[in-house]
Design a binder for this molecule. Structure first.
Ligand code: OAD
Length: 251
């Protein structure tokens, strides 16, 4: 058996014995659905666009229409994308139709909604959702359906008159405390943490595998390339999420 096949067999065995599973996904999870990652050379969004301009409050305040248009473009792209076999394998695993777990919590850094569309319910979207619109002034306005994109400036908040902005976490912003607490609780209290398609450079999400490992969980990292989280992993599965997850989670 090759080392790769060995790792898959060992990982399948771990998953089968686990009662509580936590999963952390990143942009690589959605790559095969056609949603670009952030840091892959050439194709990653941050190779082509400036995050300071497009993913920060300062950038938005400097040019609201530019940032609003960029997110409108991304919303349209994710609305066209479909969940792949890996998203479905995670949703099926949570449903208990095939494997039985006490708890299966999916923490995602992805804002594209593909896990929800695939049927995952115990889901923590720690970086928010591109399909929501919130108020820049934090007045509490938060709407699920994206407001239609006006030609020029972004719309104004119907509650306070401030700018509306996409419901995603930008650089320099704190994560929603209850979502972060839910993600950390899932990491602290799992037998297996499965980390899929993330470079592991953005905190606090990247700290979750370490939390799980220190609490005694087995950490499995599935990625098509090396990542910053490989050092946390007892088991490394090298391959694309759409192939690795169905193989790992098949009964
Ligand atoms: P990155 O773009 O940093 O990393 C994507 C990872 O996915 C890399 O490690 C790739 O090797 C891996 N990958 C690519 N294709 C894959 C595939 N088909 N199967 C498996 N793995 C694959 O994306 P994230 O780690 O998610 O923040 O980035 C973290 C955060 O940085 C994002 O949530 C975003 C960004 O700025 C916010 O939106 C707040």
């Amino acid at each position: 058996m090759t080392a790769r096949a060995d790792a898959m067999e060992a990982a399948r065995d771990c998953v089968r014995r686990a009662r509580r599973i936590a999963v952390l996904t990143g942009a690589g999870m959605s790559a095969e659905s056609g949603v670009p990652t952030f840091r892959d050379a050439q194709t990653g969004l941050w190779a082509r666009f400036d995050p300071a301009q497009l993913a920060s409050e300062e950038g938005f305040r400097a040019d609201p229409p530019l940032v609003w248009r960029w997110y409108a473009w991304r919303r349209e792209a994710v609305a066209r994308a479909e969940p792949h076999a890996g998203h479905h394998a995670l949703a099926t695993a949570e449903s208990g139709r095939e494997l039985r777990f006490e708890r299966f919590t999916l923490v995602t850094q992805n804002v594209d909604g593909l896990h929800r569309r695939a049927g995952s319910h115990d889901l923590v979207e720690i970086h928010g959702s591109i399909m929501r619109t919130i108020c820049l002034e934090h007045c509490g306005y938060d709407q699920a359906d994206p407001v239609q994109v006006p030609a020029g400036e972004p719309p104004r908040c119907p509650q306070c008159g401030g700018w509306l902005r996409p419901g995603v976490v930008w650089f320099g912003e704190a994560l929603n405390p209850s979502r972060l607490a839910a993600a950390e609780a899932a990491a602290r209290d799992c037998d297996v943490m499965l980390v899929v398609g993330t470079s592991g450079v953005v905190y606090p999400a990247a700290a979750l595998p370490g939390i799980a490992r220190r609490a005694g969980a087995t950490v499995i990292v599935a990625n098509s390339a090396a990542s910053e989280l490989d050092g946390e992993a007892q088991l490394l599965l090298r391959g694309p999420a759409a192939a690795v997850l169905p193989a790992l989670l098949a009964p």
